[in-house]
Design a protein. Sequence first.
Length: 143
Amino acid sequence: MYLNKAMVYGNLTRDPELRSLPSGIQVCSFSLATNRVYKDRDGNKQEQADYHNVVVFGRQAETSAQYLKKGSGAFVEGRLQTRSWDKDGVKQYRTEIVADRVQFGPRTEGGSAPQNDTKQDAPDTQNAPEYPEEDINPEDIPF
């Protein structure tokens, strides 16, 4: 049995792009950034960002383009796919997540508020998950 499944939660790095295929099917593409926090050999806290290309088809593509924007949070579930093509005699590759499901993250309050509103600049701490400061001990997990 084989399994090709990708699940990522992150923030959009650019506004979604909506296009139509010649068959009339809508295609939306965007990029998500995910962060990973870890400790290096010296015990210093490090943060690394990864970027994921996402492609959505059909009605879900239309709603993604309508409701998502740069900086929005989104949970994407789908499969990995690598495409290749020739550009000036050089083979190019692109790996992307073909989304089966896109869930939108929490919306900011007063989405149409002016830019100088202090609520707009402050991070949303009410809906943010709390992460433990120390490493998780596998013996503490009840299963």
